[in-house]
Design a protein around this ligand. Structure first.
Ligand SMILES: O=C(O)c1[nH]c(=O)[nH]c(=O)c1I
Length: 312
């Protein structure tokens, strides 16, 4: 049987979805994702109460990516749970994600209790890496706190739960974080969130381009792909195989999807490029990935997942 026929018969499970924060603020945006070729969707990170977020302009696109300091604007976790529970009922074969984030461990516990009470059957993404709430540090850079949060959360929560991590830039930090993460019954880790507190300048006006935090914001897009691939692969090398990895960062073509999977990702999420192109991007990325797999004779993701070669 020819390779092409084999691939046609064994269409790989779609593995591409949105990144939290992009095209997922309300029912309208989430419904558009659900209708698209995306494998699933994740909501904007929900907090205990709804939030307006930071003053605008708080998002800016550049040729190579984006900078954002949204400040966690969201409808509140209850809104997202109500909507996703409804959609989940209509599509039992899809696994939907609800993202949430508290400002301390007590809030994280309350959020997960709210999830449990709602009867949510999907996957929770606990965001440990929002870089844009003034005065609040990125939890993911405080290893003891991450350990304490996961310990506390898993005392009561039995559902499917993953964590959204910030990018790390130090091999010892990969070692330390992986040691902590391996202690817990995590379904997955999502690596990476934006690279926090970058600065993009309008040279002509000699000015920043977003209002919050004197122009400092999370960086996404082409700028961050090498960091994202390194984080995905570093955790792939260190985590128990029971913990899946969702790769996020710098994806805008099928090649980028392929590279994230080669580094060990089981699924990938698209942020900046989705913001630029809209939900039709999922059809394009799926086609481009299929073409690459066909050209290399791969039938399914496990044929190449994590199989990045080193120079011996
Ligand atoms: O500013 C935001 O809302 C935001 N922006 C990001 O780039 N990552 C995040 O996790 C969040 I919660």
């Amino acid at each position: 049987v020819s390779t092409a026929t084999k691939i046609a018969q064994k269409k790989f499970d779609n593995c591409i979805m949105n990144a939290s924060g992009v095209w997922c603020y309300d029912e309208k945006e989430l419904s558009a994702l659900d209708k698209s070729e995306a494998a699933s969707f994740v909501t904007k990170s929900g907090t205990l109460e709804s939030r307006k977020g930071n003053p605008k302009p708080r998002y800016f696109e550049t040729d190579l990516g984006s900078i954002n300091s949204m400040g966690l604007p969201n409808q509140g976790l209850e809104y997202y749970l109500n909507f996703v529970n409804k959609v989940q009922e209509q599509n039992p074969n899809k696994n939907y994600f609800v993202s949430c984030t508290g400002f301390n461990v007590q809030e994280d516990v309350l959020l997960l209790e709210e999830v449990k009470k709602s009867g949510f059957k999907g996957i929770v993404e606990l965001n440990l890496s929002c870089p844009n709430v003034p005065g609040k540090p990125q939890t993911g850079y405080d290893f003891e706190t991450v350990d304490m949060i996961l310990q506390t959360v898993f005392e009561n929560y039995e559902g499917l739960l993953g964590v959204k991590l910030p990018p790390y830039f130090d091999i010892v930090h990969f070692d330390q974080m992986a040691k902590i993460l391996n202690k817990y019954p995590l379904t997955y880790i999502n690596s990476v969130n934006s690279i926090g507190n970058g600065l993009y300048i309008d040279e002509e006006q000699e000015k920043v381009v977003i209002k919050p935090k004197n122009g400092f914001g999370g960086i996404g897009g082409d700028y961050i792909k090498p960091t994202a691939l390194a984080n995905v692969h570093a955790f792939y090398q260190r985590l128990d195989s029971r913990i899946q990895i969702i790769g996020t960062g710098g994806i805008k073509t099928g090649r980028d999807v392929f590279e994230h999977i080669l580094c060990g990702a089981s699924m990938v999420q698209v942020g900046t490029a989705l913001m630029k192109e809209g939900p039709s991007i999922f059809r394009r990325l799926t086609r481009e990935l299929e073409a690459i797999m066909r050209s290399k004779g791969y039938e399914k993701l496990s044929d190449f997942k994590g199989k990045l070669k080193y120079m011996n």
